[in-house]
Ligand binder design. Structure first.
Ligand code: GDP
Length: 397
């Protein structure tokens, strides 16, 4: 099996107001990455991340689940986050184990009250984000207006890296302003030169992007003044740095429903959002730090426990060291043997022998684990969160 290095991992969350299209987008991401063979639809209840019947019934994502997929040689662990404000504790928990997020907005409504509160939570956790303005195919969708609401309501500096091609029903693609190439979906992705009719507008917007980036990034500023423009490489690096330090927000657009914009979004996730080694080391409650290093002592945090047909699944984010099948670790201070370790994909579980720092897996059959429990090597005890009394195990049929 091919090993994936730590800097090729993205622990990603999709944050959204209910109805912005998170479920549809998640499903399209899993489809685009080849993790699903059949395209599920929200309305027929077959969407792959919604595997809890209660969730299907209510049409909202209640329980966080993590799903692994692969894009361009990178492992993307998609951590589901509840969009409903009533479940904001769950949002907090999942934010803790993310390294980056895609915030999804409705292209008609723009920033809505719940998107504001989730955005603030992500700010508190220091989660780097990119924005995806969805539903551009809808009547009344307006990318510029949605972008303006990001500026005025979220107080971020939007960095729009795409120009949409066609509006509403005729929304067919985007101009990638970083590469100055046109991407259209027909229905699959086709790349080509920027159409003549859009060239002047694309150049104007590229210029605007460069100016905004130069205001936020020293190297870009220097190059902009020295050469009057930015190379693609500097632009890309600056967008990555700006995303990671949170001084601005890269904005992409599309229509999840029409399956437009998903591949460039995944490319942006890889290009701009951090890997586990790009984020600060995790801290124990006593202030001790653990680097995302396979050679460090093992530590992990439980962020979800689900009772499933496969058994009791304990979802963990490994922060340091390596978790081996069959070894004994401390689970909330109690010694327990690690049985099966599963990588959870959209439509299947794959048993693995180890999980390395930065990874997200499910451990089968742990007895003492609760959401918030720390797992650690017996020789190097660590507590990542203060002990919790108890929380219910969620039943998933
Ligand atoms: P969630 O609540 O954020 O998970 O949103 P869903 O993915 O369940 O989407 C809410 C509704 O919006 C569903 O009826 C979707 O079919 C619809 N929807 C999602 N994405 C798009 C889109 O890009 N365009 C249009 N027109 N509808 C969409």
């Amino acid at each position: 099996m091919r090993t994936i290095t730590l800097n090729a991992v993205r622990n990603l969350g999709i944050l959204a107001h209910v109805d912005a299209g998170k479920t549809t987008l998640t499903e399209r991401v899993l489809f685009a990455t080849g993790s699903t063979y059949k395209r599920g639809e929200v309305h027929d209840g077959t969407t792959v991340t919604d595997f809890d019947p209660q969730e299907r019934d209510r049409g909202i994502t209640i329980f966080a689940a993590a799903v692994s997929c692969t894009w361009d040689g990178h492992r993307v662990n998609l951590i589901d986050t509840p969009g409903h404000v009533d479940f904001s504790d769950e949002v907090e928990r999942s934010l803790r184990v993310l390294d980056g997020a895609v915030a999804v907005f409705d292209g008609v409504a723009g920033v809505e009250p719940q998107s504001e509160s989730v955005w603030r939570q992500a700010d508190r956790h220091g989660v780097p984000r990119i924005a995806f303005v969805n539903k551009l195919d809808r009547a009344g969708a307006d990318l510029d207006r949605a972008v303006e609401s990001l500026r005025t309501r979220l107080h971020t500096v939007p960095l729009v890296v795409q120009l949409q091609i066609g509006v509403e029903d005729e929304f067919v693609g985007v101009v990638d302003l970083v590469r100055m190439r046109a991407l259209t979906w027909d229905p699959d992705l086709v790349e080509g030169p920027v159409p003549e009719t859009l060239l002047a507008e694309a150049q104007r917007r590229r210029r605007l992007l460069e100016e905004t980036v130069a205001e936020l990034h020293l190297k870009a500023l220097e190059e902009f003044y020295a050469q009057g423009t930015l190379t693609e490489q500097t632009l890309r690096e600056a967008l990555r740095d700006i995303t990671r330090d949170g001084t601005g927000t890269v904005v992409l657009c599309g229509s999840a429903y029409r399956n437009r914009g998903v591949e460039p979004l995944l490319d942006a996730v890889i290009a701009y959002l951090p890997s586990p080694v790009d984020v600060p080391p995790v801290r124990g409650v006593g202030g001790e730090e653990r680097q995302a290093d396979p050679d460090a002592p093992f530590s992990a945090l439980v962020f979800k426990v689900n009772a499933t047909a496969t058994g009791r699944l304990t979802y963990v984010r490994v922060y340091s060291g390596i978790l081996h099948k069959g070894e004994t670790v401390l689970v909330g201070g109690r010694a327990e043997r690690i049985g099966r370790i599963l990588r959870v994909q959209a439509d299947r579980h794959t048993a693995v022998d180890t999980a390395v720092a930065g990874d997200i897996v499910a451990v089968v059959g742990l007895k003492s684990a609760r959401t918030g429990t720390t797992l650690c090597a017996p020789a190097a005890p660590l507590l990542l969160e203060p002990p919790v009394s108890a929380d219910p195990v969620v039943s998933v049929s």
